[in-house]
Design a binder for this molecule. Structure first.
Ligand code: MG
Length: 171
């Protein structure tokens, strides 16, 4: 069995007048994240971890913020399209793991819904979706509550080919 790991990161600024969406789940908060799409840092970091594991480029190349069709886009759409690319390159998702960095809001009540949403999007069990949240102890822009960030890792397993080796992926 052949494996690949990937890493992804995203940060967006908070802004008033936008809904906060993390991992495809609306979160109650007085501000949302500024972005061309819905600003969902969790799904953006996840996309980059998946793309990175398959060496298929990054989310900015696939879904450029200069493209008006991505304005206010639901980022679940990006994950679905990334998954299609992963699969057509001969990979399947083993597990993913995420860390959200945020001073507020408290995410504990939302964690399992975010995990389930990601599990459904990737067609993997919820036990294969790790999610942690941590503050930045009041330090830097995240600590001051001006921004929120997310790290993601993904493990891909070779799928499809009889000898267990994936086809060579191309962007
Ligand atoms: Mg982003």
């Amino acid at each position: 069995m052949e494996f690949r790991t990937g890493i992804g990161y995203d940060l967006h600024r908070f802004t008033k007048g936008r809904m906060l969406v993390l991992g495809g789940v609306p979160i109650e908060h007085d501000r949302g994240l500024l972005g061309h799409s819905d600003g969902d840092i969790v799904l953006h970091a996840l996309c980059d971890a998946l793309l990175g594991a398959a060496a298929l480029g990054d989310i900015g190349e696939l879904f450029p913020d200069t493209d008006p069709t991505h304005k206010n886009a639901d980022s679940r759409r990006f994950v679905t399209r990334v998954l299609e690319r992963i699969r057509s390159a001969g990979w399947r998702v083993g597990n993913v793991d995420l860390i959200i960095h945020a001073e507020t809001p408290k995410l504990t009540p939302y964690k399992d819904r975010i995990r389930q949403t990601i599990a459904d999007l990737l067609d993997i069990p919820i036990s294969a979706v790790g999610l942690k949240a941590t503050t930045n102890e009041g330090l830097d822009a995240i600590g001051r509550g001006e921004a929120m960030a997310c790290w993601a890792t993904a493990l891909l397993e070779a799928a499809g080919a009889a000898d267990g080796r994936p086809q060579t992926g191309t962007v």
